[in-house]
Design a protein. Sequence first.
Lengths: 108, 113
Amino acid sequence: AQRVTQPEKLLSVFKGAPVELKCNYSYSGSPELFWYVQYSRQRLQLLLRHISRESIKGFTADLNKGETSFHLKKPFAQEEDSAMYYCALLYNNNDMRFGAGTRLTVKP
Amino acid sequence: GAGVSQSPSNKVTEKGKDVELRCDPISGHTALYWYRQSLGQGLEFLIYFQGNSAPDKSGLPSDRFSAERTGGSVSTLTIQRTQQEDSAVYLCASTGGVNEKLFFGSGTQLSVL
């Protein structure tokens, strides 16, 4: 079965500290992975996707097929990064499944 | 419209009543998803429509839940005989093509008393 696991429901760091939000996936095919973010009182929106190999708002995520992981990282967290983060797996062309999400709180 | 529109934004209902939630996707988007967002459960897949193909209903939690998409555009999610555990935010999203990002609506907050 295709599945996305985010082991941490809550993550709290201090401003300026590094942050890593974990995501592991289970999929027999070639994965397409994404991170979505939902800031307070805003819609869920795309943060980044692995095929773009981009850095958005200082966040990066590297696909590790050996470890079946797609962890989201930022070297220096900011207070405005506080949000709900969802890892997502696209399979069968257009079927998108999400993890349970991690609520990140960046304390001043 | 410019984005995915969902209505109503809030719905309070009594246990046992039926509810209908509506989603207007972005014009031209062929794929439409329904998800349920609740504390402790994260973002739970419900159903997925892709063009004229049979929908993927594998995420619907019970036979009280059903959804349809008329004319390849507007979708309605129906919950019959609502239960308190149905209380959640129901999110709709659409996308225009393979590997394209999902555009989400602002959701319907359903409260079953």
